[in-house]
Design a protein around this ligand. Structure first.
Ligand code: UDP
Ligand code: MG
Length: 338
């Protein structure tokens, strides 16, 4: 976090994806409003800040409730998706609706603690474009969830995917970072990986995660596994590369065995009739097939990279543009004079 730049208080948007959250929504919304008003009063965020509630195609009374809240509270905007599209899509939809200068995303159950928004804003004021909420420990998780989650971060790291350890989707993005994120056209969203991909100046806020106070987790094991798998397949082609390596190793091994079969067949009496003629093509075809699959995999990996059409870079800063311009103009003038 840089200490030199401190910027004016931003308008803040808090984006909350909700799926079947009727039991908790009113309470959570009241708490967020209270935090927002406090931040406005303290002058850390500008007036006109908003809360965006996104209904991810809930089947309970979440949407009627959201409409009621939005009509009552001028600071609340409620957005509804046409159907259930999952947490990542709902969050993206909410983010894309905002116009504010800084945006915080938080789950409807406020397990991440609405009070942690303030330190995030502090980091923003100090110059961070991205502030990651990072869980300092996982005592509210079951042993199974803790074990699998931490193992997952390790595997992702090994596969070359850059993730912030113990960071999920509680974060602050500046308008610049958010606009950059919204340029990613990919359909398979894994936001925590994409935000990391952006770059820009970032910092972290540590917090202890609370228990869910009402309702149950909307992330059953099946959805968790699907998100985990999406994280790997959207960010890494390592599994495809593994096929190539496997193909190379098995080819090398089978050529060694082929040599042994030939020697046994030609120079000894140990070969049973038919043995060599079965074994040779089997080994040869098997290894060549695997190698070819690997090569095809390499091309699929390239296609996969291209098809995503991700922006190749985001410009963070331009320094000295005026000087370069003056030099260029001077050169042009010199050419004309010649
Ligand atoms: N959620 C959503 N769509 C879904 C599933 C979940 O918008 O299809 C929201 C949910 O309402 C909550 C957030 O995603 O605001 C995180 O879900 P949850 O708290 O159930 O996950 P957990 O904390 O158990 O990982
Ligand atoms: Mg939760």
């Amino acid at each position: 976090m840089s200490t030199d730049s401190s910027r004016p208080a931003p308008t803040l948007a808090i984006v909350v994806p909700c799926y079947n959250e009727e039991e908790i929504l009113a309470e959570s919304c009241a708490e967020l409003l209270q935090q927002l008003n406090r931040l406005e009063h303290s002058g850390k965020v500008a007036r006109g800040s908003k809360i965006y509630l996104v209904d991810d195609g809930s089947r309970d009374d979440t949407w009627p409730l959201m409409q009621k809240i939005a009509r009552r509270e001028s600071q609340v905007v409620s957005v509804r998706l046409s159907r259930n599209k999952g947490h990542q899509n709902a969050l993206h939809a909410g983010l894309s609706q905002t116009v504010e200068e800084a945006v915080v995303s938080i789950d409807a159950d406020l397990q991440d603690g609405a009070e942690n928004i303030e330190p995030m804003v502090d980091h923003y004021l100090q110059g961070s474009e991205v502030v990651y909420g990072v869980r300092s420990e996982r005592h509210t998780d079951t042993f199974f969830k803790r074990f699998t989650a931490e193992g997952y971060y390790r595997v992702m790291h090994k596969l070359g995917v850059d993730l912030v350890f113990n960071h999920a989707d509680f974060r602050l993005l500046s308008r610049r970072a958010l606009d950059a994120l919204l340029e990613y056209p990919e359909a398979n969203l894994f936001l925590r990986g994409m935000v990391r991909e952006l770059g820009f100046e970032s910092s972290q806020v540590e917090y202890r995660r609370r228990e869910r106070t009402a309702g149950e987790s909307k992330y059953p094991l099946r959805r968790m596994l699907s998100l985990a798998w999406r994280g790997i397949t959207s960010f890494s082609t390592a599994p495809l590369r593994a096929i190539t390596v496997l193909g190379l190793v098995s080819s090398a091994l089978s050529f060694a065995v082929i040599a042994w079969v030939l020697i046994t067949r030609l120079f000894t009496d140990n070969a049973v009739p038919g043995w060599a003629s079965i074994l040779l093509p089997l080994l040869f075809i098997g290894s060549v097939q695997l190698l070819c699959l690997g090569v095809i995999g390499e091309y699929i990996a390239k296609l996969f990279e291209e098809v995503k059409q991700r922006p190749k870079y985001h410009i963070d800063q331009v320094v000295g543009a005026e000087t370069a311009d003056i030099e260029k103009r001077e050169k042009e003038a010199a050419v004309v004079a010649d």
